[in-house]
Design a protein around this ligand. Structure first.
Ligand code: IPM
Ligand code: MG
Length: 351
């Protein structure tokens, strides 16, 4: 089993180091090789996704990624910016299914900005389509009109098969959970998502045991804050999923807790925290490594079919939290504030 390890930028290297430490502590013979991506890729090879990095990722069974991006690259041409490396690797590896579970650990109920009774017991799986939508649709760009004014264009588009395959992922996951899928769209305004809704309804006929509901994205954003426990699986397109998953993360106390898996049709996957590179706290040993460590658990579960070791990691995270270890983002009065590396050590010790 070979893992391509892509630490990336900002806090990426520190949080990935903790996940690697945890994976090594399992002692199950995982091969790991590192390569640069994002700003680090640009520094190393003038490309946010260097050829060698892409080749390594293609050859590996799974990819563990930190985060990409730093303000210092914001002035680069768009195709050289760190985010482009991330979007390209998702596309090149055909990782269309992005799973972002928002689970509240009981110990963190008071770390959420919402009332404990609203979030306690929360367990939502957000299924975000990751290789289509306005993120990739053509035409796109900034051009100058005849009157000299500039115009920006992006295109929201989905074809039927793209909608169907992500819908299938959501229904299959729901079958192993509470059998509820909420499809999020903006079908009252956008034709792209009107088609999305039609295809979800057609597909649901193959899953009579699953209860399908629909919600407009604005309402979904509101319901996530009002009564988040009504949701089991949410399935949505790329841009809505980007926004709603950040929102859902705060229900769990901190975006530093939210892992993710991005899968292709054969469960090859890339695993990364849902949060960004946080350049403001990079190198200070204060970042929360748990989202990355929990992403490593998802890797074992989805790509390596190793449920037992996935659960071992998740239990070790729970134990470290129960023992009172907290990084700054989830710290509350009376708990033990530790740095990124010490949190990794606590999880390893709990293993
Ligand atoms: C995410 C991030 C990325 C996205 C950025 C960094 C390109 O926000 O993974 O959610 O928008 O998909
Ligand atoms: Mg995002």
């Amino acid at each position: 089993m070979k893992i391509a390890v892509l630490p990336g930028d900002g806090i990426g290297p520190e949080i990935v180091a903790q996940a690697v430490k945890v994976l090594k502590a399992l002692n199950i013979g995982l091969g790991m090789e590192e390569a640069p991506i994002g700003g680090a890729g640009y520094e190393a090879a003038g490309d946010p996704l260097p050829d060698a990095t892409l080749a390594l990722a293609k050859a590996a069974d799974a990819v563990l990624l930190g985060a990409v991006g730093d303000w210092k690259y914001d002035k680069l041409e768009r195709h050289l910016r760190p985010e482009r490396g991330l979007l390209r690797i998702r596309k090149e590896l055909n990782l269309f299914a992005n799973l972002r579970p928002a689970v509240l650990y009981p110990e963190l109920a008071s770390a959420s900005t919402l009332k404990p009774e609203v979030v306690s017991g929360l367990d939502i799986m957000i299924v975000r389509e990751l290789t289509g939508d306005i993120y990739f649709g053509q035409p796109r760009g900034i051009s100058t009109l005849e009157n000299g004014e500039r115009e920006g264009i992006n295109t929201m588009r989905y074809n039927e098969s793209e909608i169907k395959r992500i819908g299938r992922v959501a229904f299959e996951i729901a079958m192993k959970r509470n059998r509820k899928v909420c499809s999020v769209d903006k079908a009252n305004v956008l034709e792209t998502t009107e088609l999305w809704r039609q295809v979800m309804i057609e597909l649901s006929k193959e899953y009579p045991q699953v209860e399908l509901s629909h919600m407009y994205v604005d309402n979904a954003a509101m319901q996530l804050i009002r009564a988040p426990k009504q949701f089991d699986v949410m399935v949505t397109g790329n841009i809505f999923g980007d926004i709603l998953s950040d929102e859902a993360s705060m229900l769990t106390g901190s975006i530093g807790m939210l892992p993710s898996a991005s899968l292709d049709a054969n469960n090859k996957g890339m695993y990364e925290p849902s949060h960004g590179s946080a350049p403001d706290i990079a190198g200070k040993d204060v970042a929360n490594p748990l989202a990355t460590i929990l992403s490593a658990a998802m890797m074992l579960r989805y790509t390596f079919n190793d449920e037992a070791n996935a659960v071992r990691i998740e239990d070790a995270v729970k134990k470290a939290l129960a023992q009172g270890y907290r990084t700054a983002d989830i710290w509350t009065e009376g708990t033990n504030k530790v740095g990124c590396a010490a949190m990794g050590d606590a999880v390893v010790a709990a293993l």
